[in-house]
Write a protein that binds this ligand. Sequence first.
Ligand code: FAD
Length: 462
Amino acid sequence: MKIAIVGGGPGGYIAAIRAAQLGAEVTLIERGRLGGTCLNVGCIPTKCLLHSAELMEMIREQGPKIGVEAPEVKVNFPQIIAHKNEVSDRLVGGVAGLMKANRVKTVTGEACFTAPRKLTVTREDGTKETVTADAIILATGSVNAAPPIPGLAENPDCIDSTGALSLEKLPETMVVVGGGVIGVELACAYAGFGTEVKVVEAMDHVLPMLDGDLTKVGLAHMKKMGIEFHLSTPVRSFEKTENGVRVNCERNGEPVAFEAEKVLVAIGRKPNTGSLNLDAGGVKHERGAILVNDRMETNVPGVYAIGDCVKGYAQLAHTASAMGEVAAENIMGQEAHYDERTNPTCVYMEPEAASVGLTEEQAKAKGIDYKVGTFPMAANGKALILNGGEGLVKIIAGAKYGEVLGMHIIGPRATDLIVEGALAIDLEATVDELVETIHSHPTVSETMREAALDVMGRTLNM
Ligand code: FAD
């Protein structure tokens, strides 16, 4: 079986490995660097910046309290960027090694359909090659969406997330337009480095994907870090000023403006399918977002699509990889389905937040008969040591049987711990079963057992 995969991000390269493991002859076509958005300008670079910022904040804020005194904590911004590049390069090199080890042929160039199931690849030097395959997987990811706001396109101090990850100099002031995950994470990173950060958001809340109780804790911490939030404040235009950009907004019908050296516009991402000529391939899409079923099949037999370029799923690296495995297995004759229920959402702000399954708001909206259990990080020894006990765990469980419907964590190591919730949902575990499982001490994971106990009305440590 010959498979051609377009896009070498976490969707495409994982699909390539899985297909090769199952015996396929795989060609991976990538026009840029292997690793896609995730390794080059997404997950990994942002976490590098956030780690440096968190370390600084920890030394500055927590240090004196825990007996670590470093009165002169300084930011070496070029080194922060250099470290980010080093980590990214290393991981991209690792993907190249994995392709070789799995005998995946990589082709550097841009692929597009010239007919249904027929791809042409244009190399950097302009030469073209036709790729034929028994099956094709489209994994071309997404790009930053630039809203048609006057003054945006022509202003070089208005940057997107990619620009914010490769600045040469630390800005003194920054306005972040958009209170979604990317905007909030980068706001935290820059605020941690000492930049004065203001977040401007058109809606009346930030981080809409999180349970409201988690957002409250996160917002309180970010405000303590000095980040200003301006909600219900849509941006109307950008204007160049002597020192940067003026962001003209509206609040309650009145004009309001903010000025900053750099403006980060993080208002979402759109599918990166413009170069594919989907119409020539006969592949159905809605404004570039490819339509797929839960086997990752498009409307064209033998053509699959995965990751950020498909319609209706969370744009996350682990989503793309999970879909990549599903597509490869189906092509190779297995029966695999993508299951969104166990897909965690993580926000790597300070403290970290992570969520899987239903939020309380969603359970209410669906009319589900549910129970809630919570446990504060302040009552957990390890959390107290790590971050002073900021945060909480919240479990949503079915009222009758106690099956775990949702788990929501804000606090230290939340993004690692959430997998317990995902596993519980996958196994249809009940809170009794979480409680039966012995959790090691002292760990933050004990809060999850305690929250499960709270659903049953019998917490031990509170
Ligand atoms: P991509 O990673 O975008 O890869 C697509 C690849 O296809 C690219 O390399 C592109 O060059 C190539 N390509 C496109 N068109 C063609 C063509 N015609 N021919 C050949 N090649 C082509 N997700 C998380 O899970 N956790 C995070 O912490 C996280 N942080 C993020 C932070 C930022 C700032 C951003 C922007 C994103 C973040 N994401 C995060 C999202 C994550 O990066 C994406 O969900 C993930 O990379 C999607 O994987 P993909 O394989 O679908 O596409």
